[in-house]
Design a protein around this ligand. Structure first.
Ligand code: FNR
Length: 343
């Protein structure tokens, strides 16, 4: 098997091995203030959200994971059927390998075949140029493109990239691609300085990709012979921290939150803290691999139902109402927020 294809299998295997039901997002340090008198019926709640300026029925989606090997092509096929049944958007994993080895494009194309009318996102690393970005979008007739920025992952990956001139590509792709571009972290969070650079490059959509769930530093470290770089994840911002750090940029971007999302309450907290929609990867993979396709459909259906119930407890009829929910932060997060705002 091709080395890169083998890596795709390893990512799935190690991500699942490291999966923990209790994520370390620090969202547990955010306390939402409920209402006792909502003046609202469960049936009035509207989960419609926006994603890349388009309407989506519910505020969450299946984020980028896989494709690029026979085994991961099968996972993509299954995820796509679940996405079609539950009508939520889905991103594929990095298509880089299929640009190099066209025989592997079928492991991504199957996502469109199994979900012809669905909202599907293509995915590549930020070093790819406009031509490759167009090829990736065309491969699966994608509605949008995710370009991942994964600096820590590359530097821990045994065979990772060592040169990171990404901004010019992002700018070029953003202004010439005919579908929207979402710039996406994979679990290290985004700092205000990076958001400022993305803003200057004209980027509008950012997945803050915080730490606390799937940890690509840990995954790539596991693939290293001496496993000596695991501590690099100390530089990451958790999902809660990344959302707080991004709050001063609310007017500049539409944010997606990803990283360690497990429950409907996690989703709600991200929306309260400023995200417009939320991506889940490792948790959905875990349910699919451990319990099967029907269980994942049920999990997604339950998330939708629980979101509605929680919104009544918070007195919110719409997703945008969530932005007005009052919340309290732990002393640790207050300190974080104060310090990051004063930089
Ligand atoms: C990922 N993720 C990912 N992201 C990306 O942009 N391109 C990719 O190819 C992959 N590959 C990948 C493989 C596997 C097995 C997993 C679990 C994840 C990252 C993913 O989209 C997400 O940003 C992180 O996993 C954090 O979210 P969770 O997993 O904590 O919900």
């Amino acid at each position: 098997m091709d080395k890169q294809a083998h890596r795709k299998d390893e990512h799935v295997f190690i991500a699942e091995k490291f999966y923990r039901p209790q994520a370390q997002t620090k969202l547990d340090q955010v306390k939402l203030l409920a209402t006792n008198l909502p003046e609202l019926a469960l049936a009035d709640v509207d989960l419609t959200a926006t994603f890349l300026d388009q309407k989506i029925a519910v505020p969450f989606f299946i984020n980028a994971m896989t494709g690029g090997s026979e085994q991961t092509g099968k996972i993509n096929a299954r995820l796509a059927k679940v996405a079609a049944k539950t009508q939520i958007p889905m991103a594929v994993g990095s298509q880089s390998i299929a640009l190099k080895l066209p025989s592997l494009s079928s492991t991504f194309e199957v996502v469109r075949q199994n979900n012809p009318a669905g909202f599907i996102l293509a995915n590549l690393g930020a070093h790819h140029n406009l031509t490759n970005a167009k090829r990736a979008v065309k491969m699966i007739n994608a509605n949008a493109l995710e370009l991942h920025v994964n600096l820590a992952q590359e530097l821990v990956m045994p065979e990772g990239d060592q040169s990171f001139y990404w901004l010019a590509n992002l700018k070029e792709i953003n202004s010439h691609l005919d579908v929207p571009l979402l710039v996406k972290e994979v679990g290290a969070g985004m700092t205000p300085r990076s958001l400022m650079l993305l803003k200057e490059a004209g980027i509008k959509y950012v997945d803050l990709g915080g730490a606390g769930g799937t940890d690509f530093v840990a995954i790539e470290n596991e693939r290293r012979e001496n496993k000596e770089l695991g501590y690099f994840n100390e530089l990451s911002l958790t999902t809660a921290e990344s959302l707080l750090a991004a709050q001063t940029f609310q007017a500049d971007f539409s944010f997606t939150a990803t990283g360690g999302i497990r429950t409907a309450l996690d989703i709600i907290k991200c929306l309260v803290l400023g995200a417009d929609n939320v991506g889940l990867a490792g948790h959905f993979l875990h349910v699919l691999l451990r319990q099967g396709d029907d269980a994942l459909v049920t999990e997604i259906t339950n998330l939708k139902d629980q979101l509605k119930r929680l919104m009544v407890i918070l007195g919110c009829r719409t997703i945008s109402d969530l932005k007005t929910v009052p919340y309290l932060l732990s002393p640790e997060l207050v300190n974080f927020k104060d310090q990051i705002a004063s930089l």
